[in-house]
Design a protein around this ligand. Structure first.
Ligand SMILES: [Mg+2]
Length: 268
């Protein structure tokens, strides 16, 4: 299968593909959101992983970033560097997974690139939108705010599928004072949010996925739940886990003890 054949096939369901660039109208009164995520053989999946699952997961990770900003996903670009071992069946499965999740979330495939490399690399770029000036940022948490997560935690060992929390993200617009998604573990990501907001944070309790340990919920990556803060009297969805405190920015405490901001670090 050559590149033109692949593109012809993709175009059947994605009419935005075909020119040198996709052309779309600029949304009125909205800010645009852009995010991109790699999925790499040997890092995020292996040759034994199901291609549908690789495709779906690659898109889900970028969708989770759009959710974390309170946004609505619009367009997706998928670039692939194929490994020597990938065949037509793999490609079909991969795009089946991609298209399935794009359909479920009303996101349109707008292009991408295909090449070859010693190992398979996939890059998913997503564009979304949010009301002008309304995006949920990491930097707005205030002392006294309650801290929430959108669901129980436990890390990649206990989370076979990523469910991007797009509904919850949109419900938090105008309510949450800060928000991000948990990709590298609660402790490390809450540390990042606290630094961005110039505050400290105290966790009282952590909701656990079935079979997960507290250690895994605090420090393993790939939960992809939302982590957010709101004024304590605000009604927001999710599970309350603690309180924003005055203190050294990024300092974490868990049940009275200092909590190290350890999580998944791509450079270690
Ligand atoms: Mg993120």
């Amino acid at each position: 299968m050559n590149e033109d054949a692949i593109i012809r096939k993709l175009r059947r369901h994605a009419p935005l593909i075909g020119d040198d660039c996709a052309v779309v109208p600029a949304p009125h009164g909205q800010d645009l959101l852009f995010t991109t995520d790699f999925s790499i053989e040997g890092v995020h999946f292996t040759q034994e992983s199901r291609p549908e699952q690789i495709g779906r997961r690659a898109v889900a990770r970028s969708l989770s970033d759009i959710a974390a900003m309170g946004g609505k996903p619009l367009y997706c670009l998928v670039s692939l560097a194929l490994g020597r071992w990938t065949d037509r069946r793999w490609m079909n499965g991969f795009y089946r997974g991609v298209n399935q999740l794009l359909r479920e979330t009303k996101t349109r495939l707008a292009g991408g690139d295909i090449s070859h490399a010693p190992q398979l690399v996939c890059d998913v770029m997503l564009c979304g939108s949010v009301g002008s000036g309304k995006a949920l940022r990491r930097s707005g948490a205030k002392v006294g705010d309650s801290i929430y997560v959108s669901g129980p935690l436990g890390g990649w060992r206990h989370k076979p599928e990523i469910v991007p929390r797009l509904d919850i993200g949109r419900k938090l617009i105008g309510k949450a004072t800060s928000c991000m998604d948990i990709s590298d573990g609660l402790a490390l990501d809450l540390h990042r949010l606290s630094i961005a907001s110039g505050v400290a944070a105290e966790i009282d309790s952590v909701p656990l996925l079935e079979g997960a340990s507290l250690e895994q919920a605090l420090h393993d990556g790939e939960d992809y739940e939302l982590l957010y803060t709101a004024h304590p009297e605000r009604r927001v969805p999710g599970i309350r886990i603690g309180t924003i405190r005055k203190g050294k920015p990024g300092m974490l405490r868990f049940r009275g003890k200092t909590l190290a901001p350890i999580g998944y670090d791509h450079f270690q």
